[in-house]
Design a protein around this ligand. Sequence first.
Ligand SMILES: Nc1nc2c(ncn2[C@@H]2O[C@H](COP(=O)(O)OP(=O)(O)OP(=O)(O)O)[C@@H](O)[C@H]2O)c(=O)[nH]1
Ligand SMILES: [Mg+2]
Length: 417
Amino acid sequence: MVDRIFQHPAKTGSPRRYPATPKTTASTKARPERAILVGVETRGKPRLWSLEDSLEELGQLARTAGAQVVGTLTQRLERPTNSYMGKGKLEEVLVMRDDLQADVVIFDDELSPKQQRNLEETLKVKVIDRTALILDVFARRAQTHEGRLQVELAQHEYLLPRLVGQWAHLERLGGGIGTRGPGETQLETDRRIIRNKIQRLKRELEEVRQHRALYRERRKRLGTPIVALVGYTNAGKSTLLNALSDADVVAEDKLFSTLDPVTRKVELPEKGSFLLTDTVGFIQKLPPTVVAAFRATLEELAEADGILHVIDITHQNAEGQVQVVNRLLAELHLEDKPRVLALNKIDLLPGDHQEEGYGEELKSGWGEGYPVLISAAKGWGLDHLLTAIGEMLEHLREPQRDLGFWINPQDPRKERP
Ligand SMILES: Nc1nc2c(ncn2[C@@H]2O[C@H](COP(=O)(O)OP(=O)(O)OP(=O)(O)O)[C@@H](O)[C@H]2O)c(=O)[nH]1
Ligand SMILES: [Mg+2]
């Protein structure tokens, strides 16, 4: 699984290439890696997620990366320690490691290089954090040149500060091979290799971005409005794109099925059409380096005229997911774009969906944007959804009209369209 991003460049004799093909030794083929999940909740830190929900999501990520979850462990602490958790709890992890024959322990936050090193020393087993796991899943999903470049960039940015830890560790053990060198130490050489690689990736991505910008310019000149699908991972964005167009995008019950942007034309019922773009989903604790590395993809959102936010209203933590998406949209300076909220998967809810006024109460409290109830899988509510999108785009075409409602439906001055 994720070990390939920890492999030291010096050990391979050349800069690492990502995504590397995982080794298919007899043992890795025989059984999936057995993983223990560990999470810590610190007091006083504002949180949208319960520890248990967050670990469940971590488990989904781990399974997507090909691991088998054999155990979980949680702790509530004042603040994380130099080893992420308390000494006593670490003893428990050690016992679990042996009892459950675990190959890897996965931590539900990004570990500092120091924490990582301490944990590896204590646990004597592979230690992975949430960021590395997300990057591993991304590496599996990236199909296009752009996607792969972005994942590689994020992986190298992640690796750079962690090289220090690995070598400091060796030095403490009394130096030895790799810690001495004529003129330039091994660590400096490796850092330089990684920095050069980062520069190269950034240059290549800049070319991709410029190409994309040209392409978008051309699309703009054609005058077809663009709507961007956004939402938490697994909310049903790709299923909706498939339902609204003849797209054949992979949609499955896995996190981050989609990584690379896909755009399809969608016809409106009355007249006209728009372009609908499906991109990478969002997730809690998405590290800033990943967001920065995915700039080229996320710029697709910036160019959109409106946003279609897909929400899985059946998810136990739907409200938390919406807040994560809203927060990321604000970080990307997209909070002022008009929005339609597709409240998805209503087929999983009890009740008579055909009944007049069904689910009216479900529509409130989701925050900014115009809410529509749908089931992307069953094709329910799509006509209403298209009408709402059509009206949003209509408002955009007439700049003198007030867009306020689409941005804040709670604003009492605005009428529903
Ligand atoms: N019951 C039900 N399942 C749905 C509905 N829409 C999507 N799903 C399921 O939800 C899962 C995720 O759907 P996707 O369309 O892949 O979700 P996504 O938002 O594109 O997810 P990522 O690309 O992974 O971020 C799949 O198993 C879909 O079949 C729906 O309306 N009802
Ligand atoms: Mg998808």
